[in-house]
Design a protein around this ligand. Structure first.
Ligand SMILES: [Zn+2]
Length: 274
């Protein structure tokens, strides 16, 4: 075989291989969605992000080593899918990106296809910021129309520094985004089980009545404002005070473990190292 024939044969084989891999990737995208397809091909986590997880994120540090690897890849992908925008400073540090992304992945760790894809922008303020529409200072919010999650870094960090007080801004805002994402008709639509959501609504209404009648012994008063705020406050407690939550509201706790497909109590008691 002369050199030209060999070159042509090699070219044909190469084109066939490229075609096969692109069809395989298209099929994967079709069945598992774009983020999952990227996840398969994704580069390993940036060392600076991993260092931040190890230093500041107890949920990650409590995972089994195998799950840690998955968590890292998902954090990297979450960061790659979002635009982080500093509002009153110059550059969003790597450690800030890592911890904000980790907050979303903590909430969605049992839902591997969910990256809150509608919310493509994350706005970070250094401190609580003035909202002109509501005429008051905010710690964070989720803007569905702009696809934006807004966070005060000071309040966000405080949430993780006090990990057992049932207050966590990051989880609270990610919980709002999760509920909205479930309703927005895109590739991540309808991932929360509808029957469980109906059961949750009944539980939420009963508990909001308890809160609004003045019993704030477990859920804080803000949880009684409306169903969405109750869900966000419940998520904060689910991760920060799971034992107490399960003891006081076992039915509700069980619904959340099924909706999110994870149980923070089991996670706390799972082996940390092999
Ligand atoms: Zn809220």
């Amino acid at each position: 075989m002369n050199a030209i024939a060999f070159f042509l044969l090699a070219l044909v084989v190469l084109m066939i291989l490229i075609n096969i891999s692109s069809i395989a990737l298209d099929l994967f995208r079709y069945f598992f969605g774009e983020p999952a397809a990227k996840y398969v091909l994704i580069k390993p986590i940036k060392p600076e992000y991993k260092k931040a997880l190890e230093e500041y994120f107890p949920y990650y540090n409590g995972l089994h080593p195998t799950h840690k690897k998955v968590f890292e890849k998902r954090v990297q992908l979450f960061i790659d899918l979002k635009k982080f925008i500093p509002r009153d400073f110059d550059v969003v540090l790597d450690e800030v990106k890592a911890i904000v992304a980790a907050s979303a992945i903590q909430l969605t760790f049992g839902l591997p296809q969910v990256y809150l894809r509608h919310f493509s922008k994350i706005l970070i303020h250094t401190d609580d910021y003035y909202n002109r529409i509501f005429r008051r200072y905010h710690e964070g919010e989720v803007n569905m129309y702009g696809g934006i999650i807004v966070l005060s870094w000071k309040s966000f960090a405080r949430g993780y520094m006090n990990g057992e007080d049932g207050k966590n801004l990051g989880l609270h805002e990610m919980a709002h985004a999760l509920r909205l994402e479930n309703e927005i008709n895109n590739g991540e639509f309808g991932f929360l089980n509808r029957k469980l959501l109906r059961m949750w609504r009944k539980e939420a209404e009963k508990t909001m009545e308890i809160i609004n009648n003045g019993d704030t012994s477990f859920f804080r008063k803000y949880g009684g404002v409306n169903r969405e705020e109750f869900f966000a406050v419940a998520i904060e407690n689910f991760f920060e005070k799971p034992e107490e939550y399960k003891e006081k509201y076992p039915e509700q706790y069980s619904i959340l473990t099924q909706l999110l497909k994870q149980d923070p109590i089991l996670l706390k008691h799972s082996p940390r190292k092999v």
